[in-house]
Design a protein around this ligand. Structure first.
Ligand SMILES: Nc1ncnc2c1ncn2[C@@H]1O[C@H](COP(=O)(O)OP(=O)(O)OP(=O)(O)O)[C@@H](O)[C@H]1O
Length: 307
């Protein structure tokens, strides 16, 4: 496998606390990898080890053939979780500055900055001081600064946080475009919807350990499908349907109740539905719901928080 990034048995301990525990995975060249996990799972610590900002306690890292990103800095782009730019610079100045740190001549960086700012709808703000920009605009400038040197490997730590829904979609497109242009993109998030839409491959971390590594469809298959039923009957009637593993109930409209019946692995929802009608349950509404990546995340992390 042609990997841009590889971790093999990487562990990071802080005293008695293990922040990252025996983590192994690879990011294939030209693909988008979602590095997922709840708050505190160890995503940022892992990224910091890849960048060479934190020394692993044990294990091996390979970044474009180097032991960490320091040896290949001009080929790697990084957006940190903490956002920050020199507030008195203009977007063009900031992008040219960061490009310069990665070896891009200023005339080239300037040209790219103008084109990229325009592509992001920021052409009008290109010469305004960053302190006068909105948070979302400043975040776009920071992203452009991270990729102006056209890196082969782009690492984005929680890139969607702080962006409104429209800008989140715009960022998704930037990520797709980077991969379409041949770059490998690794982004961390605890919001599953982005990963669901973008990723070929997801790695899911919980409490420092990898709990899943594979495709989105495969991840989803770890969570149960659910049958949603609404009507005037009670929970025990739903629990007694074939293939139903667990039931939750809530109030719905018109005095009805809504039941979400998690189906046992391999159970076809149709059997439960047929039985519901055969038993004369007064079903007003039903839906067979396929698991989402969010459901998989909850199942695989044992119920830790996700959005
Ligand atoms: N320098 C440090 N010293 C001690 N503990 C640390 C240090 N850095 C991180 N940790 C701990 O390691 C764990 C993992 O933190 P990390 O920031 O990697 O998680 P994360 O998955 O990125 O979560 P978040 O999305 O909240 O940033 C946390 O419990 C954190 O408190």
């Amino acid at each position: 496998m042609d990997a841009a990034l590889t971790l093999e048995g990487v562990t990071k301990r802080y005293g008695d606390f293990t922040a990252v525990n025996d983590l192994s995975f690879s990011a294939r060249r030209g693909r988008i990898l979602g590095f997922l996990g709840p708050n505190g799972a160890g995503k940022t610590t892992s990224i910091r080890m890849v960048l060479g900002l934190v020394e692993p306690t044990s294990g091996r890292i390979g970044v474009l053939g180097a032991p960490d990103a320091r040896g290949v800095r001009e080929r790697v782009g990084f957006l940190p979780e903490e956002r920050g730019l020199y507030r008195r610079m203009t977007p063009i100045e900031a992008i040219v500055f960061f490009g310069g740190l990665k070896g891009v001549p200023s005339a080239v960086a300037r040209k790219r900055a103008i084109a990229m700012l325009e592509a992001q709808g920021l052409g009008h703000a290109a010469r305004r001081q960053i302190r006068h920009l909105s948070k979302g605009m400043a975040q776009k400038v920071q992203l452009i600064s991270a990729i102006v040197h056209q890196p082969e490997l782009v690492i984005l730590d929680e890139p969607f946080s702080g962006l409104d829904p429209v800008n989140q979609l715009a960022l998704e497109q930037v990520i797709r475009d980077l991969a379409a242009g041949g770059a490998t993109v690794v982004f961390s998030t605890h919001v599953m919807q982005h990963a669901e839409r973008l990723c070929d491959h997801v790695v899911l971390l919980a409490k420092g350990r990898k709990v899943f590594d594979g495709g989105v469809a495969e991840a989803r298959s770890h969570a149960p499908r659910a049958l949603v039923l609404e009507g005037a009957f009670d929970e025990s009637a739903v629990a007694a349907l074939p293939g139903v593993a667990a039931v939750t109930a809530e109030e719905a409209e018109d005095g009805h109740r809504r039941f979400t019946a998690a189906l046992a692995k391999g159970a076809a929802g149709q059997d439960a539905l047929k039985a519901a009608f055969a038993r004369g349950l007064d079903v007003n509404r039903f839906e067979l719901r396929e698991p989402t990546l969010h459901d998989a995340f909850i199942t695989l992390t044992g119920g830790e928080g996700a959005q």
